[in-house]
Ligand binder design. Sequence first.
Ligand SMILES: *Cc1c(COP(=O)(O)O)cnc(C)c1O
Length: 417
Amino acid sequence: MAGRNFLFVPGPTNVPDRIQRAMMVSMEDHRSPRFPQITHTIMAGLREVFRTQAGTPFIFPSSGTGCWEAALTNTLSPGDKVLAARFGQFSHLWIDMCERLGLDVQIVECEWGTGVPLQQYEEILKADTQHQIKAVLICHNETATGVTSDIAGVREALDEAAHPALLFVDCVSSLGCIDLRFDDWRIDMAVSGSQKGLMLPAGLGILCASPKALAMYPSSKLKRAYFDLPDMIQSNATGYFPYTPALPLMYGLIEALKMIREEGLDNVIARHHYLAEGVRAAVTQGWQLKLCAKEQRWHSDTVSAVMLPEGIAGTEVISRAYQRYNLSLGGGLSKVAGKLFRIGHLGDMNEIHLMAAINGAEMAMLDCGVTLQPGSGAAAAGHYWRTHEAPSGLCAMPEPREVPSNTPRPNTALATS
Ligand SMILES: *Cc1c(COP(=O)(O)O)cnc(C)c1O
């Protein structure tokens, strides 16, 4: 098939060439004297993206799901009560894991397309005067529905209720894309993974733990072995790991963290918002379709879930996009299966790259019988991007380059030949 595949599932995301090259390394001894430098560089960089000084970052050779487990098993005991809202497939799966581990989950069922109900959380926490709830779980960015929840608001609800529960956040599809403040919001466990905003292949589970969360370990009775945090803390302190680390991913992570630092985390976040606004303009103003996210405050800057009109099968649109146009869109999961498709706009992305997704999705929808004005998606997105100031990461003009002194200038080369 000619041309490249356009990858717009909301994870794994596109891996920039720089990161691919950084990962192409020969294996080396993970017990060598130079290895600790790699570990320390990564941990310092992760503290920057989590915006933490107090937190301890961890990387596990796992996917994000592994760190859901690490967060729970290192802090809680069987039968402990946790509070969680269910409004999409990922919030559901974390709840399901809690139940399988023997936790008592107080589930707040929410309509899919909405986010954490702050008022209800505050009422529940205030009513829990015995402090039975040990942890509050939130999926920051529900990737299945394109909904971002207000973590600062949950912190306020906990404070309003003077409730001591731990605050656990799934930031798998928000870390390095959407504002997340580990220290300011006093998050206790933040769970992420390598293959979304960090622009790497899957294979690293990423976790950040507060001192308060780590202090729970001695009294927590859930079983853990591979995901034991003190084992990791002990090895990491000297720059090593309790087992063989995923070296290429670590080199890739160093490069990813460097790229985020070069652009500036605030600029990266602003870029995600600006790009997402263009996609939302395509969906709502261009195509006249609805997003799954019910209100503007829940709009996700990393993924847009586009509701299809009655009678149109989302699976057919996605299959047409893939088979005919080599475009990979995200499907509807579970409750919203077949009703929508998702465009991931996170990680290494710019306007023109996104235009491919917008035009491709539009062609696939037209082929599948959706009534819309051809070209309307690109027109609306283009209008948004042309009339709003672009964050610096998108328009940095390279400085005029000095010609390196060891390369002959064309005229000198001519003169000597
Ligand atoms: C992708 C994702 C996960 C699962 O991560 P894996 O790396 O696939 O285990 C969990 N939560 C959210 C919000 C996600 O987007």
